[in-house]
Ligand binder design. Structure first.
Ligand code: MRU
Length: 351
């Protein structure tokens, strides 16, 4: 088994949270300390940290940091709501954010009900955030195991956005599958969609693959269809920001297009995500709130403006891939195939 590099996007030292600044990669590896819950909220909004599982983990730490800030405040319960709301209102699409924050708020309420000391509340909240981080890492490794068996011995994979160590606690979901396959000696080649406008593919996925020695080429997003037509893609693997009960998947803009192309060319289309990415309150993909980001992100490429002044741009950050276009969803508890509401409910009841 090959030894891979351990890439981690965050570190906690004595209640201090440091995050790898993803706005600066691949040019600079800069660690930023997030001192307050508002610092954490800003970092999520500006995408200093990003990726559905990671924003959930960082928000969980943000909640613990916020409670620590107000440890002596008489109205700690009231403050907890404020911290929760501020962190919740950072990005609207990835459900892992709300899942992690609900878990932290519940833990807080439980500790308060039990009349725990303020010091112990803070300690326990940091522990809970660490548990969320660790569980995510284990889930990623399991996803890698379930996913890699789907890939043939020699496989040319197409992936979109960044779903690796940088988007999670440190292994990855879709890119975690690639990592696991490579680690187990499979002959893997990755086509990396550059993923305009934030360039998660060319900046972040390529940065990770380069360090691991996994062979890859970056392509502009519009190359995918032609590569499929020429028979140069064996499988598409993407991550998810939210999966509804009927199996529709919200993910980085461009994912839907890839799913249609894969269907047209008879190429398996896999979605890899932990069960914390399922939104069991939502049935249809059309009901997922799609984040619309600043127009400037589209009108620029890095620091360079690439559109005439006065142009308007539409910056939809995510799209919805219908369940019908997905071959399988790979979770830490196994695979879901022939995706439907019934299959997903059965899967969750069994697990
Ligand atoms: O806007 P981002 O970079 O946070 O979007 C990330 C994605 O869309 C990923 O594909 C998804 O979160 C899965 S990450 C394991």
């Amino acid at each position: 088994m090959k030894k891979l590099k351990d890439i981690r996007p965050i570190k906690l030292e004595e209640y201090r949270l440091y995050v790898l600044n993803q706005l600066k990669l691949p040019h600079k590896e800069e660690w930023v300390e997030l001192n307050s819950y508002t610092d954490v909220a800003e970092a999520i909004k500006r995408m200093v940290v990003r990726g559905a599982p990671l924003i959930g983990i960082v928000a969980a730490y943000g909640f613990a940091i916020g409670i620590k800030q107000f440890i002596s405040d008489e109205n700690l319960r009231y403050k907890s709501k404020d911290i929760y709301e501020t962190l919740k209102n950072t990005r609207p699409t990835a459900v892992n954010l709300f899942w992690a924050l609900d878990r932290m708020l519940n833990k807080f309420s439980l500790l308060v009900e039990k009349n725990e000391s303020r010091e112990s509340i803070v300690k326990e909240l940091f522990k809970e955030a660490e548990r969320i981080e660790l569980e995510d890492y284990h889930a990623n490794r399991e996803i890698g195991g379930y996913g890699e068996v789907l890939l043939p011995k020699r496989c040319r994979v197409l992936t979109h956005c960044n779903t690796g160590a940088l988007a999670t606690s440190g292994w990855g979901t879709a890119l975690g599958v690639v990592r696991s396959a490579f680690q187990n000696g499979k002959d893997i080649f990755v086509y990396v969609d550059e993923t305009r406008p934030y360039l998660q593919g060319s900046r972040l996925t390529a940065w990770e693959l380069l360090q691991e020695g996994i062979p890859y080429k970056i392509i502009v997003d519009s190359t995918a269809g032609f590569l499929m037509k020429r028979g140069e893609i064996d499988a598409v693997i993407v991550g998810a920001d939210r999966i509804t009960i009927r199996g529709d998947v919200a993910n980085k803009i461009g994912t839907y297009t890839l799913s249609v192309l894969a269907k047209e060319h008879n190429i398996p289309f896999y979605v890899a995500a932990p069960t914390s990415t399922f939104d069991m309150d939502l049935e249809r993909g059309d009901d997922v709130v799609i984040e619309i980001r600043d127009e400037e992100e589209v009108k620029k490429c890095g620091e360079c403006t690439v559109a005439p002044g006065g142009s308007r741009a539409l910056n939809l950050s995510f799209d919805i891939t219908p369940a019908e276009n997905i071959t399988a969803i790979i979770t830490e508890k196994g695979l879901i195939t022939d995706i439907s509401k019934e299959r997903i409910l059965k899967f969750f009841n069994k697990n």
